[in-house]
Ligand binder design. Structure first.
Ligand code: DAU
Length: 351
C-alpha cells in the first residue's frame, strides 16, 4: 500500500510511521507541518529509506495537500495531525478549532476529490482512517462500564469538543458522499517520544531534574494507559483490514489513577537511577485541579480486538519500564525541548 500519514512527526503519528516502515513493506508519505510538538528525530531511523518521504505542509493548505496526494497516489490516508493537549486547549482553544475541525474539513474535502478521480480497484480499495480519542465520550464515574463504540458523545473540553466535531465530519463524509472513511477512538497513549507537556513524560523529566511533580487535585483521576507501539500496530491493522463506516475503540485494559502512575514512575527512577537526595516521591506536589477535569476514561476494546485481530502486548508495568528507560537513554532530545520556549511559555517546567 501507499499510505499518507498526517502528523507523522508527532508522538502517535511517528510511531505509526516507524511501524509502517519497519513492520510492513508499505510506502509512506508523511504530511507534517512541524508544529511545536513535532520532531524530525522521531522518524530519523527511517527517513533515508526510499520508501519514505516527508512533505512539510499543513492540512489546512488545500492546494499543497492536493498536489502532494496527486504526486504520491495514496491507497490510504491515516489522519493523525491534531492539537492534542487538553491544558493548552483551555488556555487557547483557537488552534484546536483551526487544526482539528477546519483542518480535518480541508483534508476531507481534498481527499474526497482525489478519491473521486480514482478508477476501478484503486477507488474501491481506498481508505481514510481518522484517528480520534476516547475523550469525545465525556467521562465515567467509578461504577460506569467502560466506553464502547456505542457510547454517546459528550465532550467536555475545547480539545475533546474539537475532536468530536472532526469525528462527526468524517462520518458525514461517509454517509453523504460514500467516502470510505472510518474512525478509531483511543485511550491515553504513552511511550518513547511523548512530548513533555503530558503527564508521564513531564513527571519522568521533572523527577530527573529534582523538580516538583504537579499532581492535579488529589490524583484520583483514572486513565487507561496504552503503550504507543501497541496503538500503532492497531492503527495499521485498521487501515489494512478496517471497514468503511466502522468505529474501533482501542484501549489497553490498564486503568491507573494519576497518583499510582506518578508513584510508579518515582519507584522506577529510584531503581534505575537513584537520587542521592532520597526517594523521588518527596517531589509529589498536589496543585489546583484542571478546570472541568474528566474523572475517568476507560475503553472496552473487545470489538477492535475481534475485528482487527489485535491486542495490546504491553501491560502498564512493562510499558512504563520501557518508557522510563527510554527517557534515561534519550536525554539530548528532551533536554533540547526543555531549553526551548514555544508560544512564550516555558515547557512544563514552572510547576
Ligand atoms: O484519552 C486520550 C487523551 O489522552 C488524548 O486524546 C489526549 O490528546 C491526551 O493528551 C490525553 O489526555 P489527558 O488529559 O488524559 O492527558 P494528560 O497527560 O494531559 O493528563 C493525564 C492525567 O494527568 C489527567 O488526569 C490530568 C493529569 N495531570 C496532567 C498533567 C500534565 C496532572 O495531574 N498533572 C499534570 O501536570
Amino acid at each position: 500500500m501507499r499510505v499518507a500519514v498526517t502528523g507523522g512527526c508527532g508522538f502517535i503519528g511517528s510511531a505509526v510511521v516507524r511501524h509502517l516502515m519497519e513492520g510492513t513493506s508499505h510506502q509512506v508519505l508523511n504530511v507534517d507541518c512541524m508544529t511545536y510538538a513535532a520532531s524530525e528525530e522521531t522518524v530519523a531511523a527511517v527517513a533515508s529509506d526510499p520508501r519514505y518521504r516527508h512533505v512539510r505542509i499543513s492540512i489546512n493548505d488545500q492546494p499543497a495537500v492536493e498536489k502532494a496526494l496527486a504526486e504520491f497516489q495514496p491507497d490510504a490516508i491515516m489522519h493523525l495531525a491534531a492539537e492534542s493537549h487538553v491544558d493548552r486547549s483551555i488556555e487557547g482553544p483557537g488552534a484546536f478549532i483551526q487544526t482539528n475541525i477546519v483542518g480535518t474539513y480541508c483534508l476531507l474535502d481534498v481527499a474526497r476529490r482525489y478519491w473521486m478521480g480514482l478508477d476501478g480497484a484503486k477507488k474501491a480499495g481506498f481508505r481514510f482512517l481518522h484517528i480520534s480519542t476516547d475523550e469525545v465520550f465525556g467521562h465515567l464515574s467509578p461504577e460506569d462500564p467502560p466506553f464502547t463504540e456505542e457510547t454517546a458523545y459528550d465532550p467536555r473540553s475545547p480539545y475533546s469538543a474539537s475532536k468530536a466535531a472532526s469525528d462527526h465530519l468524517v462520518r458525514a463524509w461517509y454517509h453523504t458522499y460514500g467516502f470510505p472513511a472510518f474512525v478509531t477512538n483511543t485511550t491515553n497513549n504513552y511511550g518513547p517520544w511523548h512530548f513533555p507537556e503530558k503527564l508521564i513524560p513531564l513527571m519522568i523529566i521533572n523527577a530527573l531534574e529534582g523538580k516538583p511533580l504537579p499532581v492535579y487535585g488529589k490524583g484520583e483521576n483514572l486513565r487507561d494507559w496504552l503503550f504507543v507501539e501497541d496503538h500503532a500496530r492497531a492503527l495499521v491493522r485498521a487501515v489494512e483490514h478496517g471497514r468503511p463506516g466502522e468505529t474501533y475503540a482501542i484501549g489497553a485494559r490498564q486503568p491507573r489513577s494519576n497518583l499510582e502512575v506518578v508513584r510508579r514512575i518515582c519507584a522506577l527512577l529510584d531503581e534505575l537511577e537513584p537520587d542521592p537526595a532520597g526517594p523521588r516521591e518527596r517531589l509529589i506536589t498536589f496543585v489546583s485541579d484542571r478546570p472541568g477535569h474528566d474523572f475517568r476514561y476507560e475503553i472496552d476494546p473487545s470489538h477492535a480486538e475481534r475485528c482487527l485481530d489485535w491486542e495490546a502486548e504491553h501491560d502498564f508495568e512493562t510499558g512504563l519500564r520501557r518508557t522510563v528507560q527510554w527517557y534515561l537513554d534519550n536525554r539530548a532530545w528532551w533536554q533540547r525541548l526543555r531549553r526551548q520556549r514555544y508560544d512564550g511559555r516555558r515547557l512544563g517546567a514552572e510547576a
